[in-house]
Ligand binder design. Sequence first.
Ligand SMILES: *Cc1c(COP(=O)(O)O)cnc(C)c1O
Length: 238
Amino acid sequence: MSRISRNLQAVHDSIAAAAGTVSRDPHEICLLAVSKTFGPDAVIEAAHAGQTAFGENYLQEALDKMTAVRAVQPALRLEWHFIGPIQSNKTRPIAEHFDWVHSIEREKIAQRLSEQRPAHLPPLNVCLQINISGEASKSGVPPEQALELAHAIAGMPRLKLRGLMAIPEPADTFDRQRAPFRQLRELFDRSRAEGLTLDTLSIGMSADMAAAIAEGSTMVRIGTAIFGQRDYANNRER
Ligand SMILES: *Cc1c(COP(=O)(O)O)cnc(C)c1O
């Protein structure tokens, strides 16, 4: 068994264990493999171990990787999720090449993605990125503006609003990790109570996955625990 397939198995075991402690069905929790800074070989190896959904932060790196994977394995059907910051002049290739975008924080970006989503593809699945840790992290919509943006996006024809995403500040205990996830889950519940049909809570990374699952995560975004430590020297866009 390769290192990546062993790691994937260990992550699935951790998801099942974390779900078990809060009496959740582990099948409610999708695993997104975050492959940024790793090459096409790592993606192909994970795909051969059964992984289908991959998350990327840097557009050019992701497009090159998709092309390289397709060249070697044309029959592989993968799902690509854009999870990084979005520049407004880069929306078209995102709309054309991705299945999901988790990092929507402005109406203008959403509008462009909806307009640029090709007609032959299904609507683009999107999550709003919420700034739940306040001043420390700069990305994401402030929670008090989230519902207004969510309602605007829900009316865009070529987008399918799926849920909320957040990246809280790193915290060293389970309870401290859990607190911001609880805030996000409460916002998620409020959005649904207002009639938004959301089904995705995109929270949990390698270091805080169990706390996110305890608060209802339906999609964990895991890089390091699957592929190993990242070397950003490999990434020209950073
Ligand atoms: C890099 C990244 C991840 C994965 O983080 P790990 O700690 O390596 O699991 C998840 N989500 C986002 C938005 C990221 O940028």
